[in-house]
Write a protein that binds this ligand. Structure first.
Ligand SMILES: *[C@@H]1O[C@H](CO)[C@@H](O)[C@H](O)[C@H]1NC(C)=O
Ligand SMILES: *[C@@H]1O[C@H](CO)[C@@H](O)[C@H](O)[C@H]1NC(C)=O
Ligand SMILES: *[C@@H]1O[C@H](CO)[C@@H](O)[C@H](O)[C@H]1NC(C)=O
Ligand SMILES: *[C@@H]1O[C@H](CO)[C@@H](O)[C@H](O)[C@H]1NC(C)=O
Ligand SMILES: CC(=O)N[C@H]1CO[C@H](CO)[C@@H](O)[C@@H]1O
Length: 615
């Protein structure tokens, strides 16, 4: 029986030996294997189909048939529609018959397109043609170096398509339909939509069971007859909000305004301290009025936007991540918001004194200095004026022992000059420094404590803030360690979902973030895995290559004796005494966190459960 299954599997996978799912986004600059579908020896052209979705620019069948330069009658019957001018719902899938043929190495369905307005190649490939081809393919085909396109240009558009090869044909597959993925698509859903078996679908695209597929690229759907779509497939609802809707605390409008003004004046005080707030408000507001220019205040009010440290936009359903409801473990964010939050305002002169005139020796990192104010060590971060308000906003709403505390702010003379944020500075400095220091290796139980602290900080960000946010820049350089070896996360709110910012421009980063800018909390889980590996080995690995190699043994393969030997040789040589079982546990946890497929990474809840047993 098993043998039979194996046989079927082998024959299935070999019957679709050609084409690979390529998860990279439509707009990526570089070509991957799988960016285009490869010709086979069996047939070099065929009649097949692709799926196009109605959208605000192409709303009717006649719009769509114009785009594909075909007769609208051809589309009506195939799509069970009657009128070419009927307005389709955005997202309604329209099946387009195409002729797919081999050109050079690749299959393509050739169309031409006249550019209607000044635009870009990526907009045509990813917008107009919905990712049915990569934008660099379009550029290559039209021999262009630039991304710009001028109105009126006639473009050759080679859409992705494929013909079944010999083995696929012999198993009855007639068509491989090109399907552009959208958010929420999963192999199971697609199989239902086309009425095929998930196994067939997975093997034609060389996908592993449970593998996540990403929007803005295509898959092939193997069909034995012309496509008929089932439009009644339920996409799972968008990820549930990760926190209680904010009903717990009704704050009056007046109260909100008061808070805002306090914030303007450099101090936010929570509801619980309303009385103190009123007094502080009067004093601070008056002082602020005297001190600050009117326009400055105006611009702050305008800038104080709602929190989003990097709002999580997750393609993963919460049911799949298996996360239990965080509701029970968290307070309402409105209560947390500024329970106790006060922000001082320092003058530039004070900071100059603290850092010995921004002396090079005080520099830690590219835009941070350490300094001493009132005999307390602080970290002073240089920042563009327009970025400070966001960071302050985020910090005014989070308050956690494992997150670096923002203490004060200092604004430059005008909008063009630098502003500075003053943070606490835990005396052991950043974790990377502690791990690299040869003089005093971190003891094992401190390391597990640090891991637990980082996880706690992340859990707080993921589950106890509203909207929940991902850090997106976790690494050992922005985790700080206090005198008694507790860890604190920094750089909250400085990294946007769109891009890498300081502190995140090097290191081993979750692959889906590099490829799709897919900014989910799973990016943090990956980064946490990397931090764990550094924590137990003390090594630093820029692109993860050597880490990947050295933790291979955890996936099996080594003999039992060799297994522990390999673990020992991976560990920080400076660690003298540590329980091997715990080390193994951390290594296995780290390996799970750095899985390429975000769905296979554990949730922060699971991580906390594991670590809580150790500390
Ligand atoms: C779509 O069709 C409508 C009416 O038939 C027309 O006004 C509009 O210009 C068309 N859009 C495109 C992009 O061709
Ligand atoms: C075609 O559309 C009509 C309504 O417009 C519907 O009743 C019928 O079931 C559809 N047929 C198929 C095969 O989807
Ligand atoms: C499009 O770009 C060309 C060249 O850059 C320019 O001359 C033209 O005015 C632009 N047209 C529109 C409508 O923006
Ligand atoms: C897909 O591409 C569209 C258009 O280029 C873009 O607006 C959208 O953000 C992309 N989606 C993802 C998940 O990258
Ligand atoms: C191969 C081909 O048709 N190339 C055309 C692509 O479009 C540019 C205009 O941007 C033409 O100059 C090329 O001839």
């Amino acid at each position: 029986m098993v043998y039979l299954c194996l046989l079927i599997l082998v024959s299935l996978s070999s019957s679709y030996a050609q084409q690979f799912y390529d998860q990279s986004d439509c707009g990526v600059e570089a070509s991957n294997s799988g960016s285009r579908y490869i010709c086979n020896m069996f047939q070099n052209s065929c009649q097949t189909f692709l799926v196009y979705r109605a959208n605000p620019n192409f709303q009717t069948v006649s719009n769509v048939s114009d785009l594909f330069r075909m007769d609208s009658d051809q589309l009506l019957g195939l799509n069970n529609l009657t009128s070419p001018s009927e307005e389709l719902k955005p997202g309604r899938e329209v099946i387009i018959p195409i002729k797919c043929s081999c050109s050079g190495q690749y299959f393509q369905a050739s169309f031409s397109y006249t550019v209607l307005q000044n635009t870009s190649y990526s907009e045509v490939a990813c917008g107009v043609f919905e990712g049915l081809l990569k934008s660099f393919t379009l550029k290559e085909e039209n021999m262009s170096q630039e991304n710009k396109l001028v109105v009126g240009t006639e473009l050759l558009v080679p859409l992705r398509c494929a013909c079944p090869d010999k083995l696929a044909s012999s198993s009855g597959v007639k068509y491989l339909v090109t399907y552009p993925l959208i958010e929420g698509d999963r192999p199971v859903i697609l199989s239902q939509k086309f009425g095929i078996s998930p196994e067939d679908f997975l093997s034609v695209n060389h996908l592993a069971t449970d593998e996540t597929v990403f929007p803005n690229t295509t898959v092939l759907v193997p069909l034995r007859a012309a496509p008929e779509l089932n439009f009644n497939i339920q996409y799972s609802p968008p990820p549930a909000p990760t926190l209680l809707p904010t009903i717990a605390v009704e704050k009056s409008n007046r109260n909100a305004k008061l808070i805002k003004k306090l914030y303007v004046a450099g101090s936010v005080v929570g509801f619980s301290l309303l009385l103190a707030a009123l007094i502080a408000f009067v004093i601070l507001y008056r002082r602020a009025l005297r001190k600050w220019k009117r326009e400055k205040i105006m611009s702050f009010t305008a800038l104080s936007s709602p929190i989003s440290c990097s709002t999580v936009r997750s393609p993963f359903k919460s049911s799949q991540t298996g996360r239990s409801s965080p509701i029970s473990s968290c307070l309402s964010p409105d209560i947390l918001a500024g329970l106790k939050y006060s922000l001082f305002n320092y003058s530039i002169e004070e900071l100059r004194r603290a850092t010995r005139d921004f002396n090079e020796e005080n520099k830690i990192g590219s835009q941070a200095y350490r300094g001493i104010i009132n005999n307390v060590e602080v970290m002073i971060k240089q920042m563009r004026f327009e970025d400070t308000s966001h960071v302050i906003d985020v910090h005014s709403k989070i308050n956690h022992i494992n997150i670096l505390n923002l203490k004060a702010v200092s604004y430059g003379e005008n909008h063009m000059s630098w502003s500075y944020l003053v943070f606490e500075f835990p005396s052991n400095g950043c974790l990377r420094g502690c791990l690299s220091s040869p003089s005093s290796p971190i003891k094992w139980h401190w390391r597990t404590q640090i891991a637990f602290d980082i996880a706690t900080g992340l859990h707080y960000l993921h589950c106890c803030t509203f909207p929940s946010c991902a850090h997106l820049g976790i690494n050992t350089r922005n985790i700080f360690v206090t005198a008694n070896w507790r860890a604190k996360l920094s750089n909250i709110g400085t990294i946007s979902a769109e891009g890498f910012s300081e502190g995140n421009d090097k290191g081993w980063v979750a692959p889906e973030y590099l490829l799709h800018r897919s900014a989910s909390e799973k990016v943090d889980i990956f980064a946490f895995g990397v931090v764990l590996l550094e924590l137990i080995s003390a090594r630093e690995d820029i692109d993860g290559k050597s880490f990947k190699e050295s933790i291979k043994f955890l996936g099996g393969g080594a003999s039992e004796g060799g297994f522990l030997e390999q673990l020992r040789s991976f560990m920080d040589p400076q660690l003298e005494d540590y329980p091997l079982a715990e080390a193994l546990c951390l290594a296995v946890l780290a390996k799970a966190c750095v899985e390429d497929d975000p769905l296979h990474r554990p949730s922060i809840d699971d991580i906390m459960k594991v670590l809580a047993r150790m500390v």
